[in-house]
Write a protein that binds this ligand. Structure first.
Ligand code: C2O
Ligand code: CU
Length: 462
């Protein structure tokens, strides 16, 4: 028998806090409080010090880079008043969220300079997880994200099985490149540098964690923290390691796994998210570095100088206080939440998506063309085959999917994803069900330069 959320929560609190009574008594019937969350996001040019002491011309949401973190709950009605004060068309795409087509912020609904759009959607039950938002105008996504338009979204569940007392951090990972005079280095179209970026995907040598360069995070020996990590980079893959620590991977794009997984390192492809428990097994007063280890994504053009060197992202600083309970010896919870596997016996179609440089099934994005059409409610299996010698992260709008196998190796358990890295010459199979919303949904490589060069197609759900 599977433990219910309530019993799991109790068990987990007990194991993590050494038997103390949980601060919040989980109830068998969680009360869902419906809220309306209304906010304005204005995209506009600004001049900001992305690196201390060096101002750069940026594009910012509400004057900040990254944009504000949206804190949402399952069941929320969300109204975002978007004002586009950029000199070019833009949108806001709610990466990973299941919402009506007109509010997906895809290239089908550009908002002109000076224009506005109200994005209106509801957060569905079970959607608790880590998401992000970014512009998605045709051909200009890479440019606008590089200029600073991206932000985090956290969606919480009323019956979250983890203790609310855990300190939580959002680590929104991004990288950027600057010219000698301090401006964001986004090469002009047609230049040799732009051609390298178009093939490799643009990487930068300055790494940002939620907008900060090399931030320090405080932790107390014995404490457990919950980290939500988002890869908002245009092309960089993060192979994360926390020096001297074993991480506990508890979730991915669409929220918690069924059970936690111990990991020495966590590979986070472009657009992907990871939920982690960090158990502070270090001594008071010590420090541990969060690093991105070298990862070869087999780029065809000139490699960035730092491609085979570990890069430090942040430092974890242990306070001087004596340890709280011994986190290293805690028994691990067996189940976080139930993630039912999508029923693959009801599959109505199997699709093959062949990836080659800048093309999907040999075609470049054409908004007037429908590449795949399907009925609402249908369940399909997609096989994404990467024929070329570099990794491509594959993203589907509108619906989250469950990876069935990678290169023929079955996934150990079902989990909700919306982007999956497909390594060179490998393939990934996933199952997806087109719940609720009709519309035209993009699928594309999430290396933004590839997407902007047409490595994208349209799924029409009717
Ligand atoms: Cu995160 Cu179509 O994008
Ligand atoms: Cu690609």
């Amino acid at each position: 028998m599977r433990p219910s959320h309530a019993s799991v929560a109790l068990a987990l609190v007990a194991t993590l806090s050494g038997g103390r009574v949980p601060p919040r008594a989980p109830s068998a019937t969680p009360t869902v409080v419906r809220r309306v969350v209304e906010l304005t996001l204005t995209a506009a040019p600004a001049r900001l010090e992305l690196r201390a002491g060096t101002p750069s011309d940026v594009f910012a949401y509400n004057g900040q880079v990254p944009g504000p973190t949206l804190e949402l709950r399952e069941g929320d009605s969300v109204v975002v008043h978007f004002r586009n004060q950029l000199p070019e068309p833009s949108t806001i795409h709610w990466h990973g969220l299941h919402l009506p087509f007109a509010h997906d912020g895809s290239p089908f609904h550009p908002v002109p300079p000076g224009g506005r759009h109200d994005y209106v959607f509801t957060i569905k039950p079970g959607a608790a997880g880590t998401y992000w938002y970014h512009p998605h105008p045709h051909h200009r996504t890479g440019h606008q994200v590089a200029k600073g338009l991206y932000g985090a979204i956290v969606v919480r569940a009323p019956d979250d099985p983890l203790p609310a007392s855990l300190r939580e951090r959002v680590l929104l990972l991004s990288d950027n490149r600057f010219t000698a005079d301090g401006e964001i280095d986004f090469p002009a179209k047609g230049t040799p540098a732009a051609r390298v970026d178009a093939e490799n995907g643009r990487e930068g040598d300055v790494l940002f964690v939620s907008g900060a360069v090399l931030p320090t995070f405080a932790i107390r020996s014995g404490e457990v923290q919950r980290w939500r990590v988002i890869n908002a980079s245009a092309a960089r893959v993060y192979r994360l390691e926390l020096e001297g620590h074993t991480l506990l991977r508890i979730g991915t794009d669409g929220g918690l796994f069924e059970r936690p997984v111990e990991a020495r390192e966590v590979l986070l492809g472009v657009g992907e998210r990871a939920e982690l428990l960090v158990r502070a097994t270090g001594e008071p007063g010590t420090r541990a570095l969060l690093r991105a280890l070298p990862y070869d994504r087999y780029i065809p053009q000139t490699r960035p100088v730092d491609w085979n060197v570990p890069r430090t992202l942040a430092a974890l600083q242990y306070g001087p206080e004596p340890p709280v309970t011994l986190a290293s010896s805690v028994a691990l919870p067996t189940v976080l939440r139930r993630v039912p596997a999508l029923d693959t016996t009801r599959v109505t179609a199997r699709r093959t998506m062949v990836l080659t440089q800048h093309l999907i099934n040999g075609r470049s994005m054409d908004p007037r063309r429908v590449d795949v059409s399907a009925r609402r409610g249908a369940t399909e299996i997609w096989e994404v085959e990467n024929l070329v010698g570099m990794d491509h992260p594959f993203h589907l709008h509108g619906f989250q999917f469950q990876v069935l196998s990678r290169n023929g190796v079955p996934e150990p358990f079902p989990a909700w994803k919306d982007v999956v890295n497909v390594p060179r010459h490998e393939s990934v199979r996933f199952v997806v069900r087109y719940d609720d919303y009709a519309g035209k949904w993009m699928f594309h490589c999430h290396i933004l330069d590839h997407e902007d060069h047409g490595m994208m197609g349209v799924l029409e759900v009717r």
